[in-house]
Design a protein around this ligand. Structure first.
Ligand SMILES: [Mg+2]
Length: 371
């Protein structure tokens, strides 16, 4: 199957409610969809979420990278196996010198997922079974919800309760700006939703291990499942300090983009969990490589998400279903966009339900009509 054309389709997507973290307030996001066509009439779909606060990408940069650096490497290439996709990836995202274009993981992720979508369609199998023939028969997975930083405790509890009422049993709570407010929110959520597992994400907001320690000393044991990214992204020693001083489990997110960073964190014994995101690692294949490595160290991973819509959320779900070392999945971005015409995925009793269809299972006509 030969690639004949590739297009980038940038668009603006508004969230139903603005989402605030210690880093940023997201309200309107510039997602870019990718469409790759072949001589066999199959079409692959991808999506780039420019996580500017995490990866430094912008939507204009994503489009430039796609059109001028990545697409030229694709046209005319043959893909018919996972190895051929790996080989093609080496032409736009090599894991050795010469690097044609470092970083830009969101743009690379959009191409990666479109190529794998095509491969699944070619093989007539859902992508998770292309990646792992032992993947579960049921294409469904539990979702972890999210409570952004809210102005009031009551508003945070209302957001948490709404997701609990939709069947979610695990919530990630954003913290890291105001210690006293954060502790009140956690206490109130704990009381309002006693059956719900709570996790925290500081998004680097405490800056140093000393800053995080001030929070940890007040939090108490057994209140939350883990705390994500308590220190700045490059402060691996800060993670180690916290692990040596407190019994809380720690997850790295902004600290891990590349396989080399993952190896360093794991060898240092700096983390209990890794949060893997297709948009940070440059695609599903790179995410699986990190997941494989983490498994060797006995460190479980989560499939995280930021504000990915339908295509990238489906990609994250297939990634999740393809590897035993992935224990939790966020992937609720598609739920929070103000585009009811494109609600292709479904959440039932807190679980994401994927279409049992080849590739990513995305309805292309419906997707394009919604852009
Ligand atoms: Mg995070």
């Amino acid at each position: 199957m030969k690639i004949t054309a590739a297009r980038a389709l940038p668009g603006q997507f508004r969230m139903i409610v603005p989402f605030k973290t210690a880093n940023v307030v997201n309200e309107v996001l510039g997602l870019t969809h990718v469409v790759i066509e072949t001589d066999e009439g199959l079409t692959g779909y991808g999506e780039a979420y420019p996580a500017f606060e995490v990866t430094g990408e912008t939507q204009a940069g994503v489009v430039d990278v796609l059109e001028n650096y990545l697409f030229p490497a694709l046209i005319g290439a043959e893909i018919d196996s996972r190895q051929s996709v790996r080989d093609l990836k080496q032409s736009y995202d090599p894991d050795r010198a010469p690097q044609i274009l470092a970083a830009n993981p969101g743009a690379k992720a959009a191409v990666d997922m479109a190529l794998l979508d095509l491969l699944g369609k070619k093989e007539g199998r859902p992508l998770c079974r292309v990646l792992n023939p032992e993947a579960p028969a049921e294409l469904t997975l539990p979702l972890t919800g999210a409570v952004g930083i809210m102005d009031s405790v009551e508003a945070a509890v209302a957001v948490g309760r709404l997701q609990s009422d939709n069947g979610l049993t695990r919530l990630k709570v954003k913290v890291g700006l105001d210690l006293e407010h954060d502790l009140k929110v956690i206490t109130a959520l704990r009381a309002a939703l006693p059956e719900t597992s709570l996790c925290l994400d500081a998004n680097q907001g405490w800056v140093t291990w000393e800053g995080a320690a001030r929070f940890f000393e007040r939090l108490g044991e057994g209140v939350v499942e883990y705390v994500e990214q308590p220190v700045l992204a490059d402060d691996y020693l800060g993670f180690v300090e916290l692990r040596n001083r407190f019994p809380l489990k720690l997850m790295a997110d902004e600290s891990v983009h590349t396989l080399g960073q993952a190896r360093t964190l794991l060898q240092m014994g700096a983390v209990d969990y890794l949060n893997l995101k297709i948009m940070k690692h440059g695609g599903i294949l790179n995410s699986l490589a990190i997941c494989d490595l983490a498994a060797q160290y006995g460190v479980p991973c989560q499939v995280g998400s930021m504000g990915e819509n339908v295509v990238a959320s489906a990609a994250g779900a297939h990634l999740f279903l393809s590897h035993d070392n992935l224990r939790h999945a966020e992937l609720i971005g598609w739920w929070v966009y103000d585009r009811p015409a494109d609600k292709q995925l479904a959440a039932v009793d807190g679980r994401l339900v994927l279409p049992d269809a080849p590739g990513l299972g995305v309805d292309g006509a419906r997707l394009l009509a919604s852009l």
